[in-house]
Design a protein around this ligand. Structure first.
Ligand code: TRP
Ligand code: SF4
Length: 326
């Protein structure tokens, strides 16, 4: 029996290179080895954006398109939308009965996010329950491993606590899922900060070749390299940061030496980076266009995904109801 992996992402719209190298490349590797479940966490999106849902459908669709474009394979992974599997919600309400409120109040993201997203009223029941819904997402499949970023570790810790409490109160139904932390390369954005949608410094899958070049052309470099004859320091240059992840060892070496000796100019350096990125992006662009023009194929993927997910989730729910005595 293969071990089971599960992860989700909130539908925030188009994916960028940071998401790709941070999560999706990892998911792609995992789908080869594990029984994998990947879902769009649309209920979780509501927990912060309940007041503005006009773009939600589009965001969900674009995220699925980008996942498929990136190479998630619906023949290998179960790909679905959270709200298509109501068992998540049933398990969430059952967990809510056994979860002391302080367990939720002390999850660090709770107060942090309330502080950070001051423009939204997050004094809601659903927002407090965010990590408990996540626990239900994970445990409803009895997932063994959950690939997540470091910021999600407290949510996983809560998930294990919920599993233990349930097992103790009723019957040993749930395994304790483990986080799967992988070393991710740091992906700098065009302004040198971490690539992020909210910094407006991201390179998206949806960018055209021309948009890509425009972003690279105007990208921040070593600020001390003003004239073409000034030697530069690649270590502090975000362009080099991207070369490191996306270029061949040969090119990386040439940039490293060429920059330090003023043997190459920044535009030349950026042209090489563009070539490396285009090579990576061409198959992604092709699949993206394919799924954008064949909307029904995306629908078919998530329909089959929900069907498969519900098979697993409903059998776990049967055990759960039985353990509780419902
Ligand atoms: N909270 C996660 C995030 O913001 C998304 C998520 C929801 C998730 N449910 C999950 C991740 C279950 C892993 C497992 O990234
Ligand atoms: Fe950055 Fe390349 Fe210019 Fe060096 S040559 S400063 S690495 S863009």
């Amino acid at each position: 029996m293969r071990k089971r992996v599960l992860s989700g992402m909130r539908p925030t719209g188009r994916l960028h290179l940071g998401n790709f190298s941070g999560a999706l490349e990892n998911w792609k590797r995992l789908q080869e080895e594990y029984e994998s479940f990947f879902f769009v966490a649309d209920w979780h999106a509501l927990s912060t954006d309940y007041a503005k849902t006009s773009d939600l459908r589009e965001y969900i669709h674009l995220m699925l398109v980008d996942w498929l474009a990136a190479g998630l394979d619906p023949h290998k992974s179960t790909i679905f939308i959270q709200s298509h599997v109501p068992e998540h919600a049933e398990l969430h309400i059952l967990f809510s009965m056994i979860t002391p409120i302080p367990w939720l109040e002390r999850v660090p993201t709770y107060k942090e996010q309330q502080q950070e997203l001051k423009d939204k009223d997050l004094s809601t029941y659903g927002f407090l329950g965010y990590p408990l819904l996540q626990s239900a997402d994970i445990l409803v499949y009895k997932a063994d491993f959950v690939p997540v970023g470091i910021d999600q570790l407290p949510h996983l810790e809560l998930t294990r606590e919920i599993a233990r409490r349930f097992n103790f109160l009723y019957k040993p139904v749930f395994p304790e899922p483990q986080p799967l932390m992988t070393e991710f390369p740091k992906i700098p954005g065009t302004d040198g900060r971490k690539m992020s949608k909210s910094y407006n410094n991201a390179i998206h899958f949806s960018d055209t070749r021309e948009e890509l070049w425009e972003k690279l052309r105007t990208m921040v470099t070593d600020p001390k390299r003003i004239k073409r004859t000034d030697p530069g320091d690649p270590e502090i240059c975000p362009v080099f940061g991207l070369h490191r992840v996306y270029s061949s060892p040969d090119i990386i070496k040439q940039v490293d030496v060429g920059c330090r000796t003023a043997g190459i100019g920044c535009i030349e350096c950026k042209t090489w980076l563009k070539n490396s990125l285009v090579e990576k992006l061409v198959p992604i662009w092709e699949r993206r266009t394919h799924y954008l023009t064949n909307v029904s194929m995306v629908k078919a993927v998530v329909e089959a995904g929900a069907k498969r997910a519900r098979e697993v989730a409903s059998s776990v729910l049967t055990e759960v109801r039985d353990a509780i005595g419902l």
